[in-house]
Design a protein around this ligand. Sequence first.
Ligand code: CA
Length: 224
Amino acid sequence: MNRILIVEDEPRITLFLEKGFRANGFMTAVARDGQAAIQFALEDEWDLVILDLGLPGKDGLSVLEELRGQGFHHPVIILTARDDVQDKVTGLELGADDYVTKPFHFDELLARVRARLRVSGTATGQTEMVLRANNIALDLRTRRVYAGDRLVELSAREFTLAETFLRHPEQVMSREQLLNHVWGYDYDPGSNIVDVYVGYLRKKLGDELIETVRGVGYRLRSSG
Ligand code: CA
């Protein structure tokens, strides 16, 4: 059974989250401020942390920074009322795996949580040779790509970009992250090559697959 630490100070939201996760077979605990969050997270075993940014005392971004600094490696999903691009970017840079903006649908958060647990291997415990998301299947052994039952021709670079997205479903990837993953660190960060290649993938795999997150980057939709 997966264990989720909910870091949130609003009782209405903690109740809603606990009820939702428990109904879906998760174990939960709640930390109501930043100091408690750090203590709980480091003292006990968790598979994932839901982290509110607006907390009394130590705020969520400081909590995240401290946890990552102490070697806490489990997935963290930021929950924030602030529709603030800078907070999201900072959160991702500090090591958050994903974020959800309030108000949110529980189903969306649950899908993100399951996607993170699949990637971290906690849910399946094994390395997948076929990555799947939406109607896309990418076979790492044969390097074949299918959209539904249609075989799609991808160049080596397009394949690596698609693989990067499929390994991080529902996660916002910045242009810099994608450049680093696919083209390596020595690429000109001002280049628009990521946008060009996302365009190629959309053309070959479907427009709906990769969503543009304005000012941040791109996100692969894991379900249609
Ligand atoms: Ca709050």
